[in-house]
Design a protein around this ligand. Sequence first.
Ligand code: KG4
Ligand code: ZN
Length: 339
Amino acid sequence: MKVLGIETSCDETGIAIYDSNQGLLADALYSQIELHADYGGVVPELASRDHVRRIIPLIQQVMAEAQCRPADINGIAYTSGPGLMGALMVGAAVGRSLAWTWKCPSIGIHHMEGHLLAPMLEDNIPQFPFLALLVSGGHTLLVDVSGIGQYNVIGESLDDAVGEAFDKTAKMLGLGYPGGPVISELAHKGVKDRYKFPRPMVNRPGLDMSFSGLKTFVLNTWADSDKTEQTRADIAYAFQEAVVDTLAIKCKRALKETRHTRLVIAGGVSANQRLRSRLTELANTTSLDVFYPKPQFCTDNGAMIAYAGLQRLAAGEHDGDGFSTIPRWPLGELKVPGK
Ligand code: KG4
Ligand code: ZN
């Protein structure tokens, strides 16, 4: 079974074809980073308009790369939420219409389910059940995963998502967008222990998190500083350490509570090398296996949507004649495919 995946929930147009026997056949991405760079964040209307421009040429490119004709495609999966309403509408409208024209079923996919299943695109895949740490620009979730569609959210950020905290910190320090890659790059030049930032909510019981206070800490530290390049790097270092440490502490606690021996990290921030090495260290000292996607599948992409779509379409799940987009959509509401 071949599934065309379409991702347009935010500022990346991602298209891919995944085959149930052969795996990923083709994958293409157009990132709008430059379009939004001057604004320091994603401008929703510009994002929707750019998806409109890119989506068809990208689908044509991926179809050609995979040497597929429309008749070879057995289903179409598109991100139906959560995300920016206008951006989601582009992918959903194109996906549903193509499915109608090509006479195949289509399915709307939850963006975070896509991220959660992205490690399944690798050779060494995690078996269920596992604990998932989903860290993106819009979400920070600790999920007890029993199987596909069986997601129990056991911890989340009460305010800013981790990726959002990286982006806002970068903006305050006068760095580019998106903040995650620039902060982590700059942190390499930072001096250890010049600044020590708090680890929010680690002394309180529970698995919820908070990152907005850390952002205020960055703002005040930067405002009171000499504002040199070195100080900027030292703050980036201290910020990253505080975030990574907090996430590691919460993961450790969640693993103890759930007794899972497998940890999946996914979403844009899971591309962060420091986070990966910190959680791998944790795995080396305990009987834990850690799984994460390759960097290109940590951030938004069409492959994860094609993969998630395949699981649901293969179980007989599909859209009716219409489609809907869901800008706010709790992950815990999902059901087992086909149920
Ligand atoms: O998953 P994603 O591409 O989009 C959303 O679903 O939000 O995640 C984007 C987020 C951005 O906030 C970006 O700054 C962050 O992921 N990010 C990183 C890194 N690469 C991307 N954060 C930390 N370190 C990175 N290397
Ligand atoms: Zn995402």
